[in-house]
Design a protein around this ligand. Structure first.
Ligand code: AMP
Ligand code: ZN
Length: 106
């Protein structure tokens, strides 16, 4: 998606510091952190919201959760919150699926 901020980040058109990348997802810091550690786990595939998930996308979302767990281990986070906002009324501002990983215990 040409206008999507997260697609632009993944294409390298907006600068960030990637903590992790693979063929399916990337992890980078939230620009307005709401916890000491606040990362975004973002799939390469542009899916606007969880409400738009299609058959097969569960593999991607499962992978995002696994990568969240792996980066939390790597950063020695003792506990953390994973959050997905769905839809405008659900607090979603960027319409490219992502998981927030937030922790004050790292
Ligand atoms: P959501 O409300 O779930 O859509 O979350 C979107 C998140 O993206 C917010 O927490 C923003 O702080 C964050 N954000 C917006 N622009 C950027 C950016 N350029 N780089 C990193 N995070 C961003
Ligand atoms: Zn996108």
């Amino acid at each position: 998606m040409s206008d999507c901020i997260f697609c632009k980040i993944l294409r390298g058109e907006i600068e960030t510091e990637f903590l992790y990348r693979d063929d399916i997802c990337s992890i980078f810091p939230d620009a307005n952190p709401k916890a000491n550690t606040h990362l975004l786990i973002v799939p390469k595939k542009h899916i606007s919201t969880i409400a738009d998930m299609e058959e097969g996308d569960e593999k991607i979302v499962g992978h995002l959760v696994l990568c969240a767990k792996n980066i939390a281990e790597k950063l020695n986070l003792k506990g953390y919150t994973l959050q997905i906002n769905v839809g405008k009324e659900g607090g979603q501002e960027i319409f490219h699926v992502h998981i927030h990983l937030m922790s004050n215990f790292g």
